[in-house]
Design a protein around this ligand. Sequence first.
Ligand code: OSB
Ligand code: MG
Length: 370
Amino acid sequence: MLIKRIELRYIKMELVAPFVTSMGVETHEEHIIIRLDGDGVTGWGECVAQGNPFYSYETVNTAWHILRDYLIPSLLGKRIVSVDEAIGFCARVRGHRMAKAGLEAALWDAIAKERNIPLSEMLGGVKDRIDVGVSIGMQESISELLQRVASYLEEGYKRIKIKIEPGNDLELISAIRKEYPDILFQVDANCSYQLSDVNVFKAMDNYGLLLIEQPLGYDDLYDHSRLQQELNTPICLDESVQSLSDARVALELKSCRSINIKPGRVGGFTESKAIHDFCASKSTPVWHGGMLESGIGRAGNVALASLPNFKLPGDISASDRYYKQDIVDPPFRVLPDGTMVVPTMPGIGVEVVMEQLNHVTQHHEDFSAK
Ligand code: OSB
Ligand code: MG
């Protein structure tokens, strides 16, 4: 495929409710939508770098810079036969995985459309529906948190995840467990604790949590291995695993017993698949994380989560859990049994609604092959 034109769009979408975590409060999500035109096909991708560098060092602006000045020039005007070949052209850039992942996603979509197959099939997916959960931000009070949990369970979500931080943990966990002794229930600390907090986590062992996500520092695989030794509850890593190499170290050190895979964090679907396959070879289940994506990124997540070792419900919720109006049609829905349908149309399998995309686009830049 000849890569003729690439367009970047800086989008800003208002969340239906503020999303509060140990990293801060999000009221809007800022991402980059990438459109790639080959001969006769258009691919779409979403770069999940956010407006601030609190989850990752990347931001919308760093990703824009890396895309505009390095990644796009290395692809524009080239004839590409595979995604791997394109990754090779971009490999000189170190890090900046979210920038790379957004562009790679647009390429996967374009190539799948060229082959007339769904993205899930091209990635090696085996499921036609995936199990989905919901990630709930911190609330003003425990009663509000319980209300949220009740309404998401009512909608069908199979698993509840709540955000915790020091001082905002055991009380929330015990309140939810008291009300719902049997639900699949997990917590995410987003790096807010230290190894010296080990007793708080030991106390969590009494609540039958599915897992504890990213309790310690984003670059601290060693302390995670020391913490995991002390606990019965599995630790799951998010921020600490940015590559297959990190995943290998994490499993070798026994720093975790599960990994949350987000294509943005690890540099794309190709690296995600490699981590997925490696974890499968070590009998370690993975699950699909989320970055509050619009329907464009969500479509890729759903396709990836259809691979066989995505054994636990993902942070892949319905479009309306995040945004009043999505930028794709049809929007993503959760079914009453807590599953979501994997699209079967070619590529990402949903249509981009141009009017809505234009509405959320703050500015854009086009790049054409000479
Ligand atoms: O840590 O998993 C996280 C959102 C933004 C950044 C980091 C995280 C999250 C979520 C939300 O937990 C997942 C989602 O529903 O998209
Ligand atoms: Mg997380």
